[in-house]
Design a protein around this ligand. Structure first.
Ligand code: ZN
Length: 130
């Protein structure tokens, strides 16, 4: 059984996890795979891969976190990105329903100030450890 604190964190991030779960189920229905790692569910392959490749950041994302759901292009991509994505999981646990708006606001402010909306976003800087 997870601790009460973990259970609360899972519920707090649930609106975002639900979106990730919906995308993950589409991935499963199209030949993708799922694995559980600690308190996260990871989905990779199937329709998840082309979806991530089409993300605007750089040449597409190799992985992306929605609450307690981590989407990856492949199992290897998840292995490479896991530490970064787990920082985002903790951010979702801290911010809950406010995470999406807070992340987008930070990207907008960063971009208006002439920075890179992705790399200079404080949430990404924390995840990249810079
Ligand atoms: Zn990130």
């Amino acid at each position: 059984m997870p601790s009460p604190r973990t259970t609360l964190a899972i519920f707090w991030a649930l609106p975002w996890s639900a979106i990730g779960l919906a995308i993950g189920v589409l991935g499963l229905a199209s030949g993708g795979r799922m694995q559980r790692r600690g308190r996260t569910l990871e989905f990779y392959g199937g329709a998840v891969a082309p979806l991530l490749r089409s993300m605007p950041a750089g040449a597409g994302a190799i992985a992306m976190t929605w609450g307690h759901v981590i989407l990856g292009q492949s199992a290897a991509a998840l292995d490479a990105a896991r530490q970064h994505e787990l920082v985002h999981v903790r951010q979702y646990e801290r911010w809950g329903p406010l995470f999406g708006p807070a992340y987008l606001l930070c990207s907008a402010v960063t971009w208006v100030r002439g920075g890179d909306a992705y790399r200079d976003n404080p949430f990404e800087r924390e995840a990249y450890g810079s």
